[in-house]
Design a protein around this ligand. Structure first.
Ligand code: ZN
Length: 492
């Protein structure tokens, strides 16, 4: 493998020979000459160690970028005032306002652009031909390349920490509110995109349906500002590939759906993930869940032919809870109780399991004992067909819901459940969707996928007001330690 890590120069190596002062030099030669001259001057100013060389090189890049940017914008020349074709209907429309100024933050620095505004009465829409020519984003104060980078920080870390970490990587600093605005704007785009289009953009649908899929869904609680704890639901749909030599299936290519909201929204998000995998045509679908009835309702609605599997850990846990209720916490016989349940579950012998539990009936002395036993038997009877672990193992299917528990951790908790975090509902809902798309697409594809999905089939964005970030206010009043309006708790 080559040890060379420096990227090759992309500068043009052909001289234009257009009769200008530098016309005899190609872009690459011009760059070399400027670099050599700058280096000569820097060496003349004093000794250089590696740190100084690196810092000089980085500074030159920055200066050069800034100069190139200003020169290129200046070279665009003034806009002429002739009527320009409306991007919607194509009819030329005259200028309505001259020289409207816009500031755009780019990787090379900030640039100021003054351009003409045209208004088409027929379409009742205004446009800036120069913005269209430069392909500037319609809204916002950052270029597309900046947006992609800011988003990468804001999707992985708190807005404050993102702004701080930004300054380690780049010379110009950004504010936490800019990170917040960028994430908000992209979040609106994410919410406006059709779910199926977004799933396909994040992770292209397979050309042919895969032989087997696993689906798992689960909920966990998130702290919100409006009504304390709200349930956030996560679902994962992944490919199951047969393991070698009879080993269990391997899980790969997961796609996620995450919703902070109601059942209907969650159901449609999971349906989109399934549709993207063409689940209707997949011969084997396994749906894993804990005992929550809503899971099975969802499974029956969206994937009636799926094999439903009760997470084995939950099945064991229920058995152990009953054992504790009957024998008492810390009883010496508890490990034996747990081992027997595990043995019968592994053999998929639910009938014998229930019979042995019924044999315990004469030993119950209180209502609590009877209740615990009755609950457990009911639970096992209801889920009997979901506890055929021996058959599931033979088919190579997973029987533990570790896949969705880990999804909870890396899709939601890594960003949304940090110490002291409280989410406003609007922003929390957006972040949950963004995180699912981010984890499905991966960091490299994420930003492009959102754009693609938005342009493919946009639907009108929901009209919800955007709350501003917490303002910096000078207060002299000190809040009590346990005060519910403690600002540290209130900021995201
Ligand atoms: Zn028009």
């Amino acid at each position: 493998m080559s040890r060379r890590r420096t990227t090759k120069s992309t500068a043009n190596t052909k001289a234009p020979n257009d009769g200008t002062a530098w016309g005899h030099l190609s872009d690459a030669d011009l760059l070399k000459q400027v670099a050599a001259e700058l280096a000569r001057r820097r060496v003349a100013r004093g000794a250089l160690d590696l740190d100084a060389i690196e810092s000089f090189s980085e500074g030159s890049q920055q200066d050069f970028g800034q100069e190139t940017l200003s020169a290129t914008v200046a070279a665009l020349g003034p806009e002429d005032s002739s009527p320009k074709p409306c991007p919607k209907c194509g009819v030329p429309v005259p200028v309505k306002t001259h020289n409207r100024v816009r500031h755009v933050l780019t990787l090379a620095g900030e640039f100021r652009l003054s351009r003409n505004y045209h208004y088409c009465r027929r379409c009742s829409a205004g446009f800036y031909p120069r913005d269209l020519e430069l392909k500037l984003p319609a809204e916002g104060e950052v270029s597309d390349a900046m947006e992609r980078r800011i988003l990468d920080f804001g999707i992985n870390d708190t807005f404050e920490s993102s702004a701080e970490r930004w300054s380690i990587h780049y010379r110009h600093s950004i504010s936490s509110n800019l990170v917040r605005r960028v994430v908000d704007r992209v979040g609106v785009r994410c919410e406006a995109a059709r779910e199926l289009a977004l799933q396909r953009a994040c992770n292209p649908a397979p050309a042919e349906p895969v032989p087997a899929l696993v689906v798992a869904s689960d909920g966990s609680m998130l702290l919100t500002r409006e009504d304390a704890w709200r349930e956030a639901k996560v679902a994962v749909v992944a490919h199951l590939t047969p393991g070698r030599d009879g080993a269990p299936h391997e899980v790969s290519s997961p796609r996620f759906a995450a919703i902070l909201g109601g059942k209907v929204e969650f159901s449609s998000a999971v349906a989109a993930a399934l549709a993207a995998e063409r689940a209707d045509e997949v011969p084997l679908v396994a749906w894993l869940g804990d005992g929550a009835p809503s899971n099975w309702t969802l499974a029956s609605e969206l994937c009636p032919f799926a094999i439903q599997i009760l997470d084995v850990i939950h099945a064991l846990q229920h058995g152990n809870d009953c054992g504790k209720a009957l024998l008492g916490e810390g009883d010496a016989a508890l490990p034996l109780w747990a081992a027997r349940i595990e043995q019968l579950l592994a053999a998929s012998n639910v009938d014998l399991l229930v019979r042995e539990l019924l044999d315990c009936l004469p030993f119950t002395t209180t209502d609590a004992h009877l209740g615990a036993l009755d609950d457990l038997i009911g639970y096992y009877r209801t889920n009997e067909h979901r506890m055929q672990y021996r058959r599931f193992r033979e088919l190579g299917l997973p029987i533990g819901s570790g896949i969705v528990e880990s999804a909870h951790r890396h899709v939601l908790q890594a960003r949304m459940k940090r110490a002291g975090q409280r989410w406003g509902l609007v922003r929390g809902r957006r972040m949950a969707r963004l995180r699912a798309a981010y984890r499905t697409a991966g960091p490299r594809r994420f930003h492009r996928a959102l754009r693609e999905a938005h342009f493919v089939q946009a639907r009108p964005p929901p009209q919800r007001p955007l709350p501003n970030g917490p303002r910096r206010v000078n207060r002299t009043y000190t809040l009590g330690r346990g005060s519910p309006i403690n600002r540290r708790n209130a900021s995201i």
